[in-house]
Write a protein of this length. Structure first.
Length: 62
């Protein structure tokens, strides 16, 4: 399990680009996370999961 102490130093640089209109940022990449995980599961197992939460055989536990 990775720990924070094992993380490399990350430097964030904010650019002031007044020549470009705002294009959004933040949580947008999260939209592709579930489909990417489901596609990886399909590639590994052949089982296509189409609902969330992602659980074995696509069935929700009760």
């Amino acid at each position: 399990m990775p720990r924070f102490l094992g993380m490399p130093v990350i430097e964030s640089v904010l650019l002031n680009r007044n020549d470009l209109p705002p294009a959004g940022a933040g949580e947008t990449p999260m939209l592709a996370l579930a489909p990417a995980i489901c596609n990886a599961i399909f590639d590994a197992t052949g089982n296509r999961l189409r609902t969330l939460p992602v659980v074995p055989k696509g069935l929700q536990s009760s």
